[in-house]
Design a protein around this ligand. Structure first.
Ligand code: FPP
Length: 244
């Protein structure tokens, strides 16, 4: 008699999964390779994560590709990371588009190389109407600055007289964030065993389930994404209320 294999119920799927891709350097170091080798393998893991999210039917996948603090790394490493992003966008854009993936970017465009800004604009414009997975790439992104910018926008509106201070609430604030039209992440994954948010989606992750994986980003695969979603399902989500 054939024993049926257990079917894992991943429904309802999280709408939005966000990932802090960490551990490229350690992956390379453990193999006696330069850090750049870790980033290259990390870019392959990006492809697997995007494919996995599409196959599972996740609505939004946000990847922390380059933080506003990453400029402090040696110039050669920064160039390498920008080069990888350039390569990824050039090589994958047509296929992402064919697969109905909408590509979005959050973060500050200033300081990014001009051709990268152009590629970002092209990617966003080309995929704007796609209704499959939305891939959000956080590039030169820092959550504290994003929050400060939202506060500045509100202050300007109050100074202009188009907004009353008493009308500033969570909804008004959220609308001034770069993620205004993106649902908050349900699950936030960080690889490499580190357990920090590192200035990533601080406002948006208020109720996200945090899943810390003891694997390095270049080793991340579709099964790890599915496993993190299973972990999300195992946890009770109460939004501050009590169990019924
Ligand atoms: C963290 O590893 C990873 C990064 C700072 C960058 C992530 C970039 C990629 C995965 C490659 C390209 C991205 C895209 C979207 C194509 P780390 O260098 O901090 O590792 P360590 O903590 O072990 O040193």
């Amino acid at each position: 008699m054939q024993i049926p294999s257990p079917v894992i119920d991943r429904q309802p799927l999280p709408t939005h999964v966000a990932i802090i891709m960490d551990g490229n350097g350690r992956w390379a170091q453990a193999r006696g390779l330069p850090r750049s080798a870790g980033h290259h393998r990390g870019a392959e893991a990006v492809r697997r994560a995007v494919e996995g999210a599409r196959e599972l039917g996740v609505g939004y996948l946000t990847l922390y590709a380059f933080s506003s603090e990453n400029w402090k790394r040696p110039a050669a490493e920064v160039d390498d990371l920008m080069g990888l992003l350039r390569l990824y966008l050039r090589r994958e854009l047509a296929e992402l588009d064919r697969n109905e993936v909408r590509v979005r970017f959050i973060g500050e465009r200033r300081r990014l190389p001009e051709d990268i800004v152009q590629l970002i604009d092209e990617a966003e414009a080309l995929t704007e109407r796609n209704r499959g997975l939305t891939l959000v790439i956080a590039l030169n992104y820092g959550s504290q600055l994003e929050i400060v910018r939202a506060a500045q926008a509100l202050a300007c509106e109050v100074a202009r007289g188009s907004l009353l201070p008493e009308d500033i609430d969570e909804t008004a604030f959220r609308k001034r964030l770069q993620t205004a039209d993106i649902p908050d992440p349900d699950v936030l994954i960080r690889t490499s065993g580190e357990q920090r948010l590192s200035n990533f989606l601080l406002w948006q992750a208020a109720y996200a389930e945090l899943v810390f994986l003891d694997i390095l980003w270049p080793d991340f695969g579709k099964a790890d994404l599915a496993g993190a979603i299973d972990e999300f399902h195992r946890r009770e989500r109460r939004y501050g209320a009590v169990s019924s």
